[in-house]
Design a protein around this ligand. Structure first.
Ligand SMILES: [Mn+2]
Length: 329
């Protein structure tokens, strides 16, 4: 049987961090991984989520991993935050592992070959095995389920709570009977034996959340924060509504934000969260538990305007990581 690579190299890395295409040699606090996959979406929807990771990598304004003062190329240079008077991500090491190798979904397949989602699970499993914190960039929102499956072998991370940012509940049972897709990812995650509480932030009622799906989410115990409720109670109370947990996994579908802040997406929403709502909530999550992984999804560079949405994604990743990883120097 032909050897199939699990990851493929890319051009340009997140924040200009070093590339690591051999996972056996991965040695970093944080590992970036692209999952250029959109086989979990209805094909009637706008396509191009598979280029999301590429868009984030090519954003030019964001954190520069190798920079520092005095013109020196300092590794993991971090930045100084004037709100807190502290350095952010200084000395926190990062590596970009490239993209998961996504192959055609249909057609004849060797019985022992893996699906694309299995390949994602295997790569994240390896990243965890190397002691790094995975940051997966979609691709569509199928990804949290195969990512979380990778934590199955690591009981030190159990139980896992999920904090989910989205305009859509993603609590469908299936799409026409087909399971494991971008509308049922939270349902599938809820079925994993080591997943416990789920908080879904930004869910709106205009996005076809049928009452059946709503009832299923409530029956599971999902803590749903709509944009209206977010505005009413404010960010501090939103953060406090996230149950205290041992371990927290964070998944961000960027359509949780107003479409005029994230035009480069598929389902453009109004009356949604703002960029700062999401950033400030992300910064509060480490106070509720040990954050063990992060993914971001939904960017379609071809629908973006002048890279605005890629800018938002790149910045959210940097700010979320800065809240999770204190500076080392
Ligand atoms: Mn979603």
């Amino acid at each position: 049987m032909q050897e199939i690579r699990n990851i493929v190299p890319i051009r340009g890395t997140v924040f200009g961090s070093p590339e690591c295409s051999n996972l056996d040699e991965l040695s970093a606090d944080i590992a970036f991984l692209g999952f250029p996959y959109e086989q979990g979406c209805m094909t009637a929807l706008p396509s191009g989520k598979k280029w999301g990771a590429k868009g984030i990598r090519h954003d030019e304004k964001g954190y520069k991993y190798q920079g520092g003062s005095g013109g020196k190329d300092e590794e993991a240079c971090g930045w100084f935050d004037i709100d807190t008077g502290t350095w952010q991500l200084r000395g926190v090491t990062m590596a970009d592992c490239g993209d998961v190798n996504v192959l055609p979904a249909e057609g004849e397949r060797n019985s022992d070959s893996m699906t694309n989602c299995d390949r994602l699970t295997e790569v994240v499993n390896k990243i965890l095995d190397r002691g790094a914190f995975p940051v997966v960039m979609g691709g569509d929102h199928t990804q949290p389920y195969p990512i979380l499956k990778a934590y199955g072998d690591f009981t030190k991370f159990h139980p896992i709570d999920i904090v989910h940012f989205d305009s859509h509940h993603d609590f469908w049972d299936s799409i026409g009977g087909a399971k494991i897709n971008d509308a049922d990812c939270i349902t599938r995650c809820s079925e994993l034996p080591f997943v416990d509480h789920i908080t879904s932030i930004g869910i709106n009622s205009r996005s076809r959340m049928g009452q059946k799906d709503y009832d299923a989410a409530i029956a599971y115990g999902v803590n749903i924060i709509t944009p209206d409720r977010f505005k009413r109670i404010g960010v501090t109370e939103v953060i406090e509504s996230i149950p205290k947990a041992n371990n927290i996994y964070v998944t961000v579908d960027i359509d949780c934000m107003n479409c005029f802040e994230v035009p480069g997406i598929s389902g453009r929403e109004c009356g949604a969260l703002s960029y700062l709502d999401v950033e400030q909530t992300l910064k509060g999550i480490p106070m509720r538990g040990n954050v063990i992984g992060f993914d971001i999804t939904g960017l379609i560079p071809d629908r973006d305007f002048n890279g605005i949405t890629a800018r938002v994604c790149n910045n959210l990743i940097a700010e979320a990581l800065a809240a999770i990883f204190p500076s080392k120097r």
